[in-house]
Every structure is written in C-alpha cells, then in structure tokens.
Design a binder for this molecule. Structure first.
Ligand code: PLP
Length: 395
C-alpha cells in the first residue's frame, strides 16, 4: 500500500461535512444491528411528487440524454428568471433575464461557483454563526477568510446590522445569508432583512443569499427573499434549488440569479468542472417550477406534516425540559437548542450510544454548546426521539 499522499494546500485543512459524518455513524450502527432513529438528516423524508417523476421519464423518452448549454436549458432558466421578475415587480427596473441564471449540480455547486468567482486571497467574507456546515469550507476553498459573526441569542441567533458592522473590516467583501436558517430554523423577517441589505449596500458588500428553505415556512407565506427587498440587484446573488421544497435532493439541481458578468464567470468556471447539470434532472426541475398547482399541493402536504411534527416535538421538549434554551423554528425542518451542560458533542454522543438517536452536534455549525435535531423523519420516530432526549437530559 502506498503512503505517499500528502494533501495539497488546497484541501489540507478541509473537513468532511459533519452532518454527513453523523448520518454515516448512524448507518454503521444500524448495519451492526442496532435500531437507530436518524434525526441527523438534512433532507425531506417525502417522496418526490409523482408528476415530477413522470415528467422526468417523459423527458428521457424524448431524448433528454445529451449535454445541454453549460448554464442550463433555456426554458428552466426562463422560468427561474420569470419568477424573480415577478418578485421585483413595481421597481421600474429591467426584468431579470435567463442570462442572469446559471443552473448547477445542486445549490451546493451554485454556492461554490459564487464564492469561488467572487472572493479570493485578501478578502474577508462575513458568515453568520451558527452557519450551515459548508459556507466556511467554500469560502476557504476560494482562499478568502470566512469571518464568523455570532448571532444574538436574544434574537433566535440571528445577526443584526450592528453585529455585522462590528465584525467588518476594510477587507470585507461579502456576506453569506441563509433564511430560513439551517441549522436553527429561524427566519429573518422583512424588516430585519431590509436593515441588513442596507448595511451591505452602504459598504458595497456582495450578498449571497441561500434561500433553499424559502418555501418551507410555518407562517403561511414564503420567507422574505432578498429579491423582494434589495434596492438593487447589482451585488446580489440569490441561490435556490429544488432539493428541499420539492423533495428532490437526489436530482441535484440548484441555481444562482446574479448579475450578467458574474453569471458569465460562473458559467466559465462550471464549463471546466462539471459542465451542465444532469440533463434529465433539469427537465424534472422544469416540471417542478412550471406545474405550480401540482407542486404547491405537494408542498402544502409536506409543510403541514412538518408543522405537526415541529409542534409535537416542541411540546414534548418544553414539558420535559422547562428551562430549555431553544430557537423558535419558523421554517426549514430543524430544532436547535442548547445541550445540557453546554456540551453539544457530549450530548449527541450520549444520545446515540444510549438511546440510538442520531442528532448533529452544534460544533458542526460553529456553536459547540448547541445541537440540531432534524424532524424530517416519521412522526412516531420524532416522538420517540424527543422522549429519549428528555430522558437523557438529566441522565
Ligand atoms: C442551507 C443549505 N444550503 C444548501 C444546501 C445544499 O442543497 P443542494 O442539495 O441543492 O445542493 C443545503 C443542504 O443541506 C442546505 O442546508
């Protein structure tokens, strides 16, 4: 066996995604015969709506098996641009065009394209903490510096203009936003988002807004988008995809809406990495975005079930642990709370070993005192897991 591999500086400090690591540990225990409830997952436990599967099969039968344009098929980019134009209505600006949309292999690639094309050595990028696992690594891969900005515990761990200003330096070039948030489920309301966009505009920061959970909310309306609020699109990158709202994680389709010059740079980058996103999956996404009545009905079923699980989980936790410090989740499908003794890693390990329940230690998101529980699992499993959490709390 050869032992000659020395990681290049490009990857020397990269960490495997911690959320995936927990799922793998849970799978290994299950393979060893233990009964495990996995609340570590970041994907809806629903099946992709059948109309999307049918559209995918029809596209394959019609020959959707070849390369497409690097930036994606035109009708899909047009559908994305048309929706963005609707959100910008009434501002008297030019419509969003398909030329401002790049379709990629999951919104993960969209985020990577954007960070890589925008940031480089010498740049600082503000990342609100807790943060989804990959932002720090993506900014690091672009050789810029990710600067964590701890959110305010009194405001569901959200950042404010003052916190951002205090963390900024003359090297600050951009800001990562994610609402609804993974891992907290918190949602920035329109006023909060607007205030942040104003600071970004005043400082000329690029804003990359990851809105992948935008339609999974419990208020009855979609979460506010930077598209609804920003005074200009000049330094805005909106990232979205089909994974969560349409239960299409495996299709791997995401996109950016960004100014034309940046979109061209991201297309050039993608032309040397993955080329176009999978062709049949692009047609699947087209069906999801254009057959809105069917898509909305499927989404409503999913969100109704998520809400019921969230409410049940909160009831059990609040009753069993009255002093629980917890973010009030308004979107996505996560619960985020402070672990007993302020040690999220110890609590997650204890829960997995003693109760067979997998959750994600908050260290994965830059907040080691906390833990994340995903309720994208069958309701009886969520219930059983919450009771296990209460039992272990005082164990
Ligand atoms: C906040 C956030 N952004 C992006 C992604 C990546 O989604 P995709 O499957 O579209 O790559 C995830 C997936 O877990 C996520 O939680």
């Amino acid at each position: 066996m050869s032992h000659s591999f020395v990681p290049s500086p490009n990857v020397a400090s990269i960490q495997e995604s911690a959320t995936i690591a927990v799922s793998q540990r849970a799978k290994a225990l299950r393979a060893a015969g233990r009964s495990i409830i996995d609340l570590g997952a970041g994907e809806p436990d629903f099946d992709t709506p059948p109309f999307i599967l049918e559209a995918t099969k029809a596209a394959l039968d019609a020959g959707a098996t070849r390369y497409t344009a690097i930036e994606g098929i035109l009708p899909l980019r047009e559908a994305i641009a048309a929706d963005a134009t609707r959100r910008r209505a009434g501002r008297g600006e030019l419509p969003v065009t398909a030329g401002e949309v790049v379709v990629s292999t999951g919104s993960k690639q969209s985020l990577q394209n954007a960070t890589y094309a925008l940031f480089g050595p010498g740049d600082d990028v503000l990342v609100p903490v807790p943060s989804w696992v990959s932002y720090f690594e993506m900014v690091g891969l672009s050789r810029a510096r990710a600067v964590g900005v701890p959110g305010d515990p009194k405001r569901d761990l959200k950042v404010t203009p003052d916190l951002l200003r205090a963390a900024a330096t003359p090297a600050t070039k951009g800001l990562m936003l994610n609402s609804p948030s993974n891992p907290t489920g918190a949602v920035y309301d329109a006023a909060e988002l607007q205030a942040i966009l104003e600071v970004a505009a005043e400082r000329r920061w690029w804003v990359i807004s990851d809105e992948i959970y935008g339609r999974i909310t419990y208020s009855g309306t979609a979460a506010p988008s930077v598209l609804d609020l920003a005074s200009s699109r000049d330094q805005l990158v909106v990232v979205n995809g089909v994974a969560k709202a349409y239960a299409m994680t495996g299709f791997r389709i995401g996109w950016t809406i960004a100014p034309r010059a940046l979109s061209q740079a991201m297309t050039a980058l993608q032309s040397h990495t993955t080329s176009n996103a999978s062709t049949p999956a692009q047609y699947a996404a087209l069906a999801a975005l254009t057959r809105t009545a069917e898509a909305d009905a499927a989404l409503a079923v999913m969100v109704t079930e998520f809400r019921a699980r969230r409410d049940m989980a909160l009831d059990i936790l609040r009753e069993g642990v009255p002093a629980l410090e917890l973010v009030q989740p308004q979107g996505a499908f996560y619960l985020f709370f402070k672990a007993p003794g302020g040690d999220g890693t110890r609590f997650a390990n204890q829960l997995l070993e003693h109760e067979g329940v997998a959750i994600v230690p908050g260290a994965a998101f830059g907040t080691p005192e906390w833990v994340r529980v995903s309720y994208a699992a069958a309701r009886p499993d969520v219930e059983q897991a919450m009771r296990a959490i209460v039992r272990q709390w005082s164990a």
